[in-house]
Design a protein. Structure first.
Ligand code: BG6
Ligand code: MG
Length: 226
């Protein structure tokens, strides 16, 4: 097995741009409309989770999951998405989180392939607005996978499309479900966010400005040689 870093696979929402906050705001509005108490703390459990699964979790909060037909649930999910789409309308390259462009540039300088693994059906729209579509060697979104995070499928697929063995990949995530998916895929995990929540990650940073290519590479090499 070659002990070398070959690819870095990024999550989108909450890692490349702050759309995790827009998902939160859209779910908060929908929850208010339904009379369901919704907190920032609970929202952490929705990070990295698909739209329909998130809705089921919110309805379950107030034991309302059996009050709606499948068609009504689809309408609720569509309502959330239209609230979210309104929020992402104004996204520009200025909304790339600080430190991310520099980190991508450093990775490319080292000939590392760059992939995206996002369960969002809006991933291409957001990436286009950020003008990042052509920067990435591959993009895997909700349309091409059967199982969402924490299943490793999306990270495995990205590695496969990049032609790289998962053991030679690093995954970067802000969601607990995402870090679980990266580890289950057999990759090195970098978490962005809360130390305790992302404890499974191999390396954790509070915010994207702290990302350092050399430091991450060193930690990756050290781990692989353990
Ligand atoms: C993930 C977000 O990236 O995408 C989740 O972390 C979101 O919060 C999921 O629910 C699905 O997004 P969308 O855009 O398909 O509703
Ligand atoms: Mg995320």
């Amino acid at each position: 097995m070659e002990k070398q870093l070959k690819a870095i696979i990024f999550d989108l929402d909450g890692v490349i741009t702050d759309t995790a906050e827009y998902h939160f705001l859209a779910w908060q509005t929908l929850s208010e409309e339904l009379g369901i108490p919704f907190t920032r703390q609970f929202n952490e459990e929705l990070k990295g989770i698909s739209r329909m699964e998130s809705l089921e979790k919110i309805l379950a909060l107030s034991r309302k999951q059996n009050e709606f037909t499948e068609k009504e649930k689809e309408n609720l999910a569509a309502r959330k998405n239209s609230l979210y789409c309104r929020l992402i309308e104004k996204i520009t390259p200025k909304d790339i989180l600080p430190g991310i462009s520099e980190f991508i540039a450093a990775s490319k300088l080292h000939n590392i392939k760059i992939g995206l693994a996002s369960v969002s059906k809006n991933a291409f729209t957001v990436m286009r607005r950020l003008e990042l579509l052509n920067e990435f060697d591959t993009i895997v979104d909700a349309k091409t996978i059967k199982n969402g995070k924490p299943d490793p499928e999306i990270f495995m697929r990205a590695a496969e499309q990049l032609g790289v063995n998962p053991v030679n990949c690093i995954g970067i995530e802000d969601a607990e479900a995402g870090v679980t998916a990266i580890k289950a895929a057999g990759m090195f995990a970098v978490g962005i966010g809360d130390q305790q929540r992302l404890a499974q990650a191999d390396l954790i940073y509070h915010v994207t400005t702290e990302l350092r290519f050399d430091e991450i590479l060193n930690a990756f090499v050290k781990k692989l040689n353990q």
